[in-house]
Design a protein around this ligand. Structure first.
Ligand SMILES: CCCCCCCCCCCCCCCC(=O)SCCNC(=O)CCNC(=O)[C@H](O)C(C)(C)COP(=O)(O)OP(=O)(O)OC[C@H]1O[C@@H](n2cnc3c(N)ncnc32)[C@H](O)[C@@H]1OP(=O)(O)O
Length: 219
């Protein structure tokens, strides 16, 4: 099996797929701050033991805020465009649930390119809980899927996940530093084979492999 990678600068332009594109410098700092605060709000709501009158006040305030923000909504599928250090262009789904910069539900997972793939350090708060004190297995799969897809994209091969296999080797703790790594291991025709791991204190807690099928731009 050989890796047939293209330069990253040849990533498909989302406009060719009919997707709206937002330049990174057009994204207001105020939106980033709002996203971070709502991210913290979700954790606060999940864990609050405030009294009923406080809960009622908070509920009314959040309802009012939701109505205000819904007055002007972005299209589903909007992509964020950012320049790369090497002169190319990077794209990311703005509201991606794992890593989207405008999604308060996102981790957010900020993946950096390494010599052989992508890597990130991150911590998951109680919002991502499955078993008591541990990260939900579905979110572990989502994190791996995102890293595996990003490793494929970083190698110039953007695709959709056709198959994802996850092995849970050890419990993944909440509120503790975690590391995720992923890389391309091979490619044939439109199939890209990728593998990755999540580690805590250097020990693998979960590992995954996937087949990404490369996107073909509409002609
Ligand atoms: C717009 C761009 C801007 C840039 C943007 C940058 C963003 C950069 C970061 C991205 C990071 C995202 C990370 C999250 C990634 C997801 O979450 S993707 C969402 C979940 N996945 C899906 O929704 C996919 C749903 N499935 C499908 O749409 C279609 O089945 C697929 C996967 C596109 C394949 O369909 P197809 O195009 O018709 O391909 P097909 O000809 O059937 O198969 C092609 C090859 O793949 C193989 N194959 C197909 N399915 C399978 C399978 N399940 N198992 C094994 N092999 C399979 C076939 O056997 C065939 O192999 P060969 O014959 O070449 O040996």
């Amino acid at each position: 099996m050989s890796v047939d990678a293209q330069p990253v600068s040849e990533l498909p332009d989302p406009r060719n797929f009919g997707l709206p594109v937002v330049a990174e410098d057009e994204l207001p700092e105020e939106l980033r701050t709002l996203v971070a605060r709502v991210h913290d709000l979700v954790d606060a709501v999940a864990h609050t033991e405030a009294d009923t009158s406080e809960l009622a006040r908070a509920s009314a305030a959040v309802h009012e805020l939701t109505e205000r923000l819904n007055v002007k909504r972005r299209d589903v599928g909007a992509m964020l465009e950012r320049p790369r250090a090497d002169g190319g262009t990077d794209y990311q789904t703005l509201t991606n649930v794992v890593s989207g910069v405008s999604n308060p539900a996102a981790v957010p997972l900020v993946l950096e390119e390494t010599e052989d793939g992508v890597r990130s350090e991150f911590t998951l708060n109680g919002t991502y809980q499955g078993p008591p004190g541990l990260v939900h297995g579905g979110w572990i799969a989502a994190l791996l899927d995102q890293a595996l897809g990003s490793a494929s994209a970083a190698a110039g091969m953007v695709g959709l996940t056709a198959n994802l296999d996850v092995n849970y080797r050890n419990p993944t703790p909440l509120n503790a530093p975690l590391e995720i790594t992923a890389r391309v291991t091979g490619a044939e025709r439109r199939k890209v084979h990728v593998s990755g791991e999540i580690r805590h204190n250097g020990e693998v807690t979960a590992e995954g492999t996937a087949i990404m099928v490369r996107l073909v731009a509409p002609s």
